[in-house]
Design a protein around this ligand. Structure first.
Ligand code: GTP
Ligand code: MG
Length: 236
């Protein structure tokens, strides 16, 4: 049941998407919140966020997902946006070994800027590019095990596992707050997609009582490297 405050959700969780530039973070967010995909997405400048409501164990969970820029030039300013996050999706590109090599740095960066050990999920994106694949499932699972994370392979392009990855993370966060033993039905499966809340609707942040009141969709962050061109291969 929702709280008696005119707010139509039971919990609100801030999540972050992190990882190298071009791994597909923005398209994962787009697929999750709007069921859309773009071949021609521009590199994210600063951060963007969007909302989506999920239903976990009969509770309405509003997720506020922050999509961060992966480019090297934003390295020093992005971590401030990790603060207050309750979960993270650390994304690499299954066809780009560099993005896999850098993932531990991204994980450590999130850990450094969040107060507790928050649940994180390792995401290998672009699983549709079967022929170009360079990172095996075993390699990724081994890393996930070392980092005490779940692992999922997604394709923002054809939707594979996108909703499942977000739902897995949100379910883990939820059960940290509401231990399973206190819920009535342990076997109930998380279901999703009650509603998608457009991030451009500024009213959505008015009811946000646990997260910073941020009214824009895109937050452009000034960076000090004046002449540095956007490098699509940036990492932390
Ligand atoms: N084949 C395929 N291409 C994808 C997939 N996800 C993203 N892309 C493409 O990869 C490119 C980069 O995607 P983005 O979502 O902009 O990457 P990003 O991680 O947000 O990059 P930054 O904003 O620079 O950090 C775009 O051309 C997308 O269309 C996927 O699942 N499969
Ligand atoms: Mg992006």
């Amino acid at each position: 049941m929702s709280r008696n405050t005119g707010v139509d959700y039971d919990f609100i969780f801030k999540l972050v998407l992190t990882g190298d530039s071009s791994v597909g973070k923005s398209n994962l967010l787009l697929r999750f919140t709007r069921n859309e995909f773009r071949l021609d997405t521009q590199s994210t400048i600063g951060v963007e966020f969007a909302y989506k409501q999920l239903n976990i164990d009969g509770r309405k969970i509003k997720t506020q997902v922050w999509d961060t820029a992966g480019q090297e030039r934003f390295k020093t300013v992005i971590p401030q946006f990790y603060r207050g996050s309750e979960g993270a999706l650390c994304v690499f590109d299954l066809t780009k070994p560099d993005s896999f090599d850098h993932i531990v740095s991204w994980i450590e960066e999130v850990q450094r800027h969040t107060s507790t050990e928050i649940p994180m999920i390792l995401v290998g994106n672009k699983s549709d590019l079967v022929e170009q694949r360079k990172i095996s499932k075993d390699q990724a699972m081994m890393l996930a095990k070392q980092q005490n994370m779940s692992y999922m392979e997604t394709s923002a392009m054809n939707s594979t596992n996108v909703e499942q990855a977000f739902t897995t993370l949100v379910t883990a966060i939820y059960y940290r707050k509401v231990p399973k033993s206190s819920t009535e039905d342990h076997t109930r499966t998380a279901t999703t997609a009650i509603a998608t809340i457009d991030s451009s609707n500024n009213n959505s942040s008015k009811n946000n009582d646990t997260l910073p009141d941020t009214s824009g969709v895109t937050i452009k962050v000034e960076h000090s490297v004046k002449s540095q061109q956007a490098k699509k291969s940036g990492c932390c």
